[in-house]
Design a protein around this ligand. Structure first.
Ligand SMILES: O=C(O)C[C@H]1C=CC(=O)O1
Length: 95
């Protein structure tokens, strides 16, 4: 199942700089691991914002929830999740 996830990050300005750096580094490593495994299929920065739009290719809602819940930056994020279905006009899937 495919999902588009918009993640908006808001790290408190008074967070300890070492904690911030460690959390961001762990987030990057976690993201890379999921990208290599194919479940985090795309990640795009939204220009001018500390936000991204990502595409996840996962088995079900439970797996998506598990992935998102375990993001090191999860406590500092708000998310908008959109399930995706094939579009009938997509030439890649027309018969
Ligand atoms: O920077 C972000 O958009 C937040 C987050 C998502 C992946 C990652 O490495 O950081």
């Amino acid at each position: 199942m495919l999902y588009a996830v918009k993640m908006d990050v808001a790290i408190p300005r008074d967070l300890d700089p070492e904690v911030r750096a460690d959390t961001v580094a762990r987030e990057k490593a976690y993201s890379h691991e999921l990208q290599r495994g194919g479940e985090w299929a795309h990640i795009w920065r939204i220009a001018g914002q500390y936000s991204n739009i990502s595409i996840f290719d996962v088995t079900d809602n439970e797996r998506l929830h598990e992935i998102l819940w375990n993001l090191p930056l999860f406590p500092f994020m708000t998310m908008e999740i959109t399930p995706l279905a094939q579009h009938p006009s997509d030439i890649a899937v027309q018969t």
